[in-house]
Design a protein around this ligand. Structure first.
Ligand SMILES: O=C(O)[C@@H](O)[C@H](O)[C@H](O)CO
Ligand SMILES: [Mg+2]
Length: 382
């Protein structure tokens, strides 16, 4: 079997899909995307296709090594997201060839279903509380929200209070048993992160996420002194080598690798195994499309320390198109009582609706992060 062709589709809301074809008529799908840089990743996939055309798609480890090590300069979000999407498509082809789900090839099912969480997005405490109630009614048992918008190095009491008021409203609305993830989004500096972490603790968040930017991960040591709330991070970290120091330092409780950024399905499985050796849980990051979600789920189903899965159904970023729109079977992800059931189909377990993908690729997108500034005009973290 040989790879014959790679086709890229840039589709709303902010995604990039890849189809890889083979000479025996099989095809596989992947999502090589880093949010806000779709065209850059697209160019990278095209450049990497020189290493792929004519090769056996089943040699995933070897092709990963060629793409990763072959360039001398390696890693980073663009390169790793391009490799990730390609790698997902290779697993999809391999699974279809052997008529097996990917998790079956990676050790077999280690669970029947995986818990999932949903985003809540409103600005005011009453909005997030109402949204949380709706999600619980829809069956979710866990939600996640942005803790705050931009925050100054030394911010005022009312900024801190607005973070606390939001979680207080949600906790009151949903009761004791619902998980509430608080995503700091790297918007908070160490100065304020320890204050907020401490004040959040009484509301028992499920985790605090990216309390500081990954490039400041050494600050987690300081933050961990102020709270027993689990610390989660990892959506902006790449490869086993990118997670190594974080795990050795010992301040992270939950890692959140992104299957479309960290290096793909097998890389995420390897990162998860490293985490398991440090008693660290895995909650894969996935505000992306259906191919990325299916890829995450394949890892979740065969990974003992996977605890919960992010998914983008109804997420506020998905303007104009949503998770299920690109699938032939919109009910392939079986949501039940806050879990998604194990997928049964071969490969990634989904069937992409290529006609719809082609239609939406005509619309395309040029999604970029908004640029935020502090009151004095200097650039803040988004
Ligand atoms: O945890 C999340 O889903 C967010 O941090 C998103 O990854 C971020 O807005 C970029 O897409
Ligand atoms: Mg996040």
């Amino acid at each position: 079997m040989k790879i014959t062709n790679l086709t890229l589709y840039k589709v709303p809301p902010r995604w990039l899909f890849l189809k890889i074809e083979t000479d025996n008529g099989l095809e596989g799908w992947g999502e090589p995307i880093v949010e806000g840089r779709a065209s850059t990743v697209e160019a990278c996939v095209k450049e990497l296709s020189d290493y792929l055309i004519g090769q056996d798609p089943r040699k995933i480890e070897d092709l990963f090594q060629v793409m990763y090590r072959g360039g001398f300069y390696r890693g980073g979000p663009i390169m790793m997201s391009a490799i990730s999407g390609i790698e997902q498509a290779l697993w999809d082809i391999k699974g279809k060839f052997y008529n097996m789900p990917v998790y079956e090839m990676l050790g077999g099912a280690a669970r029947d279903k995986i818990r999932v969480y949903s985003w809540i997005g409103g600005d005011r405490p009453s909005d997030v509380a109402n949204e949380a109630k709706e999600k619980i009614k829809a069956g979710f048992t866990a939600v996640k929200m942005n803790a705050t918008e931009e925050m100054e190095y030394i911010d005022n009491t009312s900024s801190v209070e607005s973070v606390i008021n939001r979680i207080a409203a949600v906790r009151e609305a949903v009761g004791k048993d619902v998980g509430i993830g608080m995503d700091f989004h790297g918007r908070v500096h160490k100065t304020m992160a320890k204050i907020i972490a401490k004040e959040l603790e009484p509301y028992r968040p499920m985790f605090i996420e990216e309390p500081v930017l990954p490039e400041n991960n050494e600050a987690l040591r300081e933050i961990a002194r102020y709270t027993s709330t689990p610390i989660a991070t990892g959506e902006r970290q790449y490869t086993r080598w990118g997670f190594k120091q974080l795990l050795m330092d010992g301040y992270v409780d939950i890692i959140q690798p992104d299957v479309s950024h960290a290096g793909g399905i097998f890389e995420m499985k390897k990162i998860a195994a490293m985490a398991e050796a440090f008693d660290v849980a895995v909650a894969p990051h996935c505000p992306l499309g259906p191919i990325a979600l299916a890829s995450c789920l394949q890892v979740d189903f065969c990974t003992p320390n996977a605890i919960i899965q992010e998914q983008s159904l109804g997420i506020h970023y998905n303007q104009g198109s949503d998770l299920l729109d690109y699938l032939k079977d919109r009910s392939v992800f079986k949501y039940e009582n806050g879990y998604v059931n194990i997928l049964e189909g071969p490969g990634l377990g989904i069937e992409v609706d290529e006609e719809h993908v082609k239609e939406m690729a005509k619309v395309g997108h040029d999604w970029k992060n908004p640029i935020w500034r502090y009151k004095d005009g200097s650039v803040a973290e988004w």
